[in-house]
Design a protein around this ligand. Structure first.
Ligand code: FAD
Ligand code: SIN
Length: 529
């Protein structure tokens, strides 16, 4: 591969990456790299929808308040207000670009999910929202001659010159490496659900963006907050398919092995409590009853369930389940990385020349827990903002490649041959450790044990020469898992998605602060903006 250069380099092509590309291409040439095919991303699998105030009885204040309530005291109010106010425009824009959202009597049909006080979730093809949003954004972005997409191109490290990010070192499927020099770089690499054994996330979600940026000095925040979705399919040998919360919004509910509804015993909002509360209710109920899973009962929805949730219907029938008759076995799984790279209202990270948008970022929108369907929305809003400022601000920077550029990779000395590392085996060990010790319920001594183990594995892997994406992903997973554990150990309270059985009482005022981590050292508490 030959070295390339561009105005804006976007690493990742989900909702955030392609929305950023559309905006950046108005003023710059753009390269988007995706490590798998152009469509493969968490965005593709999104079912429930996108949250936006579009109903007559709804208000921006209500969307703001629901977001703040889910965030449990750690949302940045300025971010929340910016995002909810921009939401209706971002949806209308998608409709203009050809998104076919579901309608009822000629109006957008709005559904409801946990934590929302109103019906405000726009969806497409029943439970196929992600596919529709991706198709629209890819079509729009690739219609511009200024946008070039490089699929199956893995970003290994960011390139730095004089404290500024100047692009990335990438690797193609054949192992060929090249440098992509960029005046601005935007990370849109999505989440890190793959650090857990049980996850709704696709294989691509290995936290590469957080890891790459952390290694060149970016500040990350609130990594302890990992959202667990209450309902993923739980059958031996089956993938942990997500079953959308909209199922409960439309009248389905959770029952235990005796067919009894149990969620109201644990939270007054029952099945429609925020997902951290529902996930904990399930885990607690399973511990009390000794059962392996609970069940979703869609029968109250009636025959409409098949047309409202066609993807779910198809998926269940593959496993021999009839959604009109059978109860679906479910269990919580890791779903969403709430923390990430600290960004401002334009998506700038703390490293010059580097932006971040979507799940990789900590924009301040979600606080300690994300409200359902606010994530695609965040990708649309911050993708646009990052694309716009990254292209506007790069005009003053030289196009020429800096001769002194380095990457974290080139600075490191790797001594051990790659053959001594069984990356697949270690990846499974990390996932298993994180699930057992850093899951829905956490305890100080178990977190410490997990951190020490991760440090041992990380130190070993950091000495091994790595030549392929599997190895790079393992390195990234280990770093991100370690950042999660360190922050979880530091936060000695229960708040949002982070539940400590040794501090079960709930949020404490002294911890109404973000957890910050950087190359400089340990975890620091930082007040809200
Ligand atoms: P992604 O869509 O995950 O895209 C990441 C991109 O980065 C991919 O193109 C990938 O190839 C690329 N990439 C990663 N690392 C590298 C690398 N090293 N080099 C090159 N490329 C790289 N949210 C909602 O709001 N509503 C929903 O209904 C909803 N449902 C969901 C259902 C499921 C099953 C899942 C998993 C998530 C759901 N979410 C939902 C969450 C939401 O889908 C994600 O948070 C969001 O799509 C993330 O978008 P993104 O653009 O940040 O990243
Ligand atoms: C779901 O459809 O339940 C997932 C929605 C989300 O993650 O926001």
């Amino acid at each position: 591969m030959m070295d390339l250069e561009t105005g804006v380099l976007i690493i990742g092509g989900g909702v955030a990456g392609f929305r950023a590309a559309i905006e950046a291409s108005l003023a710059s040439d753009v390269i988007v790299v995706t490590k798998e095919s152009i469509r493969e991303s968490s965005t593709l699998y999104a079912q429930g929808g996108v949250a936006a105030v579009l109903g007559d009885d709804d208000s921006l204040a209500a969307h703001r308040d629901d977001t703040l309530a889910a965030g449990a005291g750690l949302c940045e109010v300025s971010t929340v207000e910016a995002v909810v106010s921009e939401a209706p425009e971002r949806i209308r824009e998608l409709v203009t670009w050809g998104s076919e959202f579901d309608l009822e009597q000629g109006q957008l049909h709005l559904t409801r999910e946990g934590g929302h006080s109103h019906h405000r979730i726009v969806h497409a093809h029943g439970d196929g929202t992600g596919k529709e949003v991706m198709s629209t954004l890819i079509r729009r972005a690739t219609s511009s001659a200024r946008v070039r997409v490089l699929e199956y191109t893995f970003a290994v490290e960011l390139l730095m010159s004089d404290g500024r990010c100047v692009g990335a070192l990438v690797q193609d499927r054949k192992g060929g490496q090249c440098r992509i020099w960029a005046r601005s770089t935007i990370l849109c690499t999505g989440g890190a659900g793959q650090i857990y054994r049980e996850t709704t996330n696709p294989e691509i979600a290995t936290g590469d963006g957080v890891a790459m940026a952390f290694r060149v000095g970016a500040v990350v925040a609130d990594m302890e907050f990992v959202q667990f979705h209450p309902t993923s399919l739980y059958m031996a040998g089956a993938a942990r398919h997500l079953i959308t919360e909209a199922v409960r919004g439309e009248g389905g509910y959770l029952v235990d092995d005796r067919g009894e509804r149990f969620t109201f015993r644990y939270h007054p909002a029952g099945d429609l409590a925020a997902r951290d509360a529902v996930s904990r209710a399930i885990v607690q109920h399973l511990a009390d009853t000794g059962q392996p899973c609970v069940y979703l009962d869609l029968r109250p929805i009636g025959p409409r369930a098949k047309t409202r949730f066609p993807g779910l219907d198809r998926m269940c029938s593959l496993y021999g389940l009839n959604i009109l008759e059978d109860r679906i076995p479910v269990h919580p799984s890791a779903h969403y990385m709430v923390g990430g790279l600290v960004t401002d209202l334009s998506g700038r990270t703390t490293v010059a020349g580097l932006w971040a948008a979507g799940e990789v970022a900590m924009s301040g929108l979600h606080g300690a827990n994300r409200l359902a369907s606010n994530s695609l929305l965040e990708g649309l809003v911050f993708g646009r903002r990052a694309g716009s400022t990254a292209s506007a601000e790069n005009a003053g920077h030289p196009r020429q490649l800096p001769l002194d550029a380095t990457s974290a990779e080139s600075r490191e000395q790797r001594l051990l041959p790659s053959g001594i590392l069984n990356a697949a085996d270690m990846r499974n060990s990390v996932k298993s450790l994180m699930w057992r010790r850093v899951g829905i319920q956490r305890r100080g001594d178990q977190l410490t044990e997990a951190r020490q183990r991760l440090e041992g594995w990380k130190n070993f892997v950091d000495q091994v020469q790595i030549h392929d994406p599997v190895g790079h992903e393992l390195r990234n997973l280990l770093l991100v898992a370690w950042l999660v554990v360190r922050a979880a150990e530091w936060r000695q309270e229960s708040r949002g998605t982070h539940f400590r059985t040794d501090f079960p009482e709930g949020p404490e005022e002294r911890f109404r602060i973000h957890s910050l981590q950087s190359l400089q050292g340990g975890v620091l508490g930082f007040p809200l903006r």
